[in-house]
Write a protein that binds this ligand. Structure first.
Ligand code: DAH
Length: 345
């Protein structure tokens, strides 16, 4: 190959034009290969053929070729630098955070209405010196019935339509009263406890009956704890729970195997506040709990001396309270897991 000055000039001009059009580092690398590639590089070929020139030509053409090389190296380096900076700038622009842009709303969940009610109830009892305790949902016949003085053939066992488990003597607890026994077995009086939890009954379901529901058990034992104390405690509880000081509690005689005497507990209807409505069946009262003085036999069953200690117990049904309070007319909604329902609370 014979070269002349024009060729060097041509390479410079062409390279300058091409460089101006290049927008990526890959393209720049292609261009570098086009001129400096070991095999095919246009400038490489020029530099290689310098050795075939006469001494005279080497001076002029050699210098021109060398200058072209320097020029190209410099132009490529500058272009590369410019491309790197552009890339960086681009990246910064993309990653820029607009602090004034409206945020994406964080989806906020909340507790189930029954869970909210239980938490509130526990707060109120804790403030009155009660400890919150829990017991298992899969329970033994002894804790659920026997130790609570429910005779083997007593209709209460049928009344509460028990779900029996396959393991002998095991059942799904029908009442949280079982927790009373568990607690008294391991603690000495005096004490005050509440035990919220789920209970199960095998009965036909409808708008007011479910196979599962929640109770809150209460137990207070001391030297001279009376039914009057039960009334006061329950009155304070309901007044605070419903945020209404006018709520009253009334006791009606009743029967439970584990209490003597036993009572049904009514509170002022908190739908109509005593004005008499459909919810309270025009009585002005709602039945919300069972209660009584702990039966001496129950105390004896857990090794507590009934001549020295006495106390009251109660069991509040929580679902009904939640339903009246939130205006829910079907208990099955509570356990259906329907978000359209749950989102309202
Ligand atoms: N366990 C009873 C029920 O499920 C409610 C109850 C009544 C609990 C009287 C008590 C009580 O502690 O003293 O129907």
């Amino acid at each position: 190959m014979h070269i002349d000055l024009k060729q060097c000039e041509h390479i410079q001009k062409e390279a300058a034009l091409e460089l101006a059009r290049i927008a990526s580092r890959e393209a720049l690398e292609q261009l570098r290969l086009k001129y400096f590639g070991r095999k095919e590089g246009a400038l490489t070929a020029v530099l290689r053929s310098l050795k075939d020139l006469s001494e005279e030509e080497k001076k002029t053409i050699g210098r021109a070729a060398h200058e072209t090389k320097l020029y190209l190296e410099d132009a490529l380096a500058k272009k590369e630098q410019a491309l790197i900076e552009a890339e960086l700038h681009d990246q910064q622009r993309k990653e820029k955070i607009d602090v004034t842009a409206p945020g994406t709303r964080v989806l906020e969940g909340h507790l189930h209405p029954l869970t909210q009610l239980i938490a509130k109830a526990c707060d109120i009892f804790t403030a009155m010196g009660f400890a919150v305790v829990e017991g298992p949902e899969a329970e033994t016949e002894r804790y659920n019935f026997d130790a609570l003085n429910v005779p083997k053939d007593h209709p209460a066992r049928d009344m509460q339509d028990t779900f029996w488990l396959e393991a002998p003597g095991m059942l799904l607890r029908t009442q949280t009263s079982s927790v009373q026994i568990r607690y008294m077995e391991t603690h000495q009086p005096p004490f005050r406890i509440v035990a919220p939890g789920r209970v199960f009954r095998n009965e036909a379901t409808d708008a007011t009956h479910e196979a599962q529901f929640y109770q809150l058990e209460g137990l207070m034992v001391g030297k001279d704890v009376s039914l009057a104390n039960a009334k006061a405690v329950l009155e304070v509880f309901f007044q605070r729970l419903l945020a209404n000081k006018k709520i009253a509690v009334r006791f009606r005689p009743s029967y439970f195997p584990f209490t003597e005497p036993s009572v049904e507990v009514d509170v002022t209807c908190f739908k109509c506040f005593g004005k008499k409505c459909a919810v309270c069946k025009r009585t002005g009262w709602l039945e919300v709990a069972g209660a009584g003085m702990v039966h001496p036999t129950v105390l004896a069953n857990v090794g507590i001396d009934a001549r020295e200690w006495q106390g009251f117990a109660f069991g509040v049904g929580l679902d009904r309270i939640a339903m009246v309070r939130y205006g829910i007319d079907d208990i099955r909604l509570m356990y259906g897991g329907d978000m359209r329902f749950l989102k309202q609370f």
